[in-house]
Design a protein around this ligand. Structure first.
Ligand code: DX5
Length: 223
């Protein structure tokens, strides 16, 4: 029986002036986790937030927290983020020179290690690490900003990664991040995703978080 698609709202598009309230709204609306886009202004141009803000988010919700590290030096952020209460850390394969070592370090600290990769990074870069991670994220936008258009070629990458995970018998969660909204979520689910990140589709000025989450849930099953 296929697992129901899970949704992790990304606070990247939330109102940072009332972040705790927005996180609580997302939890009340049935979010399965909260996605935290950690950006250092170097790996990607924007700067977002680090461990201190994440510790505040931790105090606002009991949901699992996942940190997407869009930073040039992921090794410097792992311990502080786990200490701040992050449950899952997603490393970009393009930035982690010692990827195997960092995955082991995350697991040794009691968190779930995951990997993510940019839209043009070959899927073959996942081969050696796939059996060792608990989550694989396929980027369907170029990292750095919310509200971008879904990159259609990601659908084949999602399906191919789904096949790869099934072939090796991995129970890793297959996640998709970027441009997931009511128009794209059903195709993402059909391609084999277990979990989606949704930022601007959840936090926007068109509708409440509750309405946005309900719209996504309905669209995910073709409603
Ligand atoms: C890009 C970010 C975004 C964000 C989701 O670096 O990772 O993908 O989480 O943003 P939306 O859902 O608005 O595309």
């Amino acid at each position: 029986m296929a697992r129901a698609l899970q949704i992790a709202p990304s606070i990247l598009s939330a109102d940072f002036g009332r972040l705790g309230e927005q996180v609580r709204d997302a939890e009340a609306a049935g979010a399965d986790a909260i996605s935290l886009d950690v950006m250092d202004g170097h790996y990607v141009p924007p700067i977002t937030f680090g461990a201190d803000v994440i510790a505040a988010v931790r105090r606002s919700t009991s949901l699992p927290l996942e940190a997407h590290l869009m930073v040039s030096n992921p090794e410097a952020h792992i311990e502080p983020l786990v200490a701040a209460g992050v449950d899952t850390i997603l490393l970009h394969v393009e930035t982690a020179i010692h990827l195997h070592k960092l995955v082991q370090e995350i697991r040794a600290l009691g968190a779930r290690p995951g990997v993510t990769l940019n839209p043009a990074t070959p899927l073959s870069t996942l081969d050696a690490i796939l059996p060792l991670v608990d989550q694989v994220q396929i980027m369907s936008v170029n990292p750095g900003w919310g509200g971008q258009a879904f990159i259609e070629s990601a659908l084949e990458r999602i399906a191919s990664t789904r096949e790869r995970l099934d072939t090796i018998g991995s129970q890793a969660v297959l996640e998709v991040d970027g441009g997931v909204n009511a128009s794209t979520i059903s195709a993402v689910a059909a391609a084999g995703a277990d979990l989606v990140v949704a930022g601007s589709a959840v936090f926007n000025d068109r509708e409440s978080v509750e309405e946005a989450m309900a719209r996504l849930r309905s669209a995910a099953v073709g409603g």
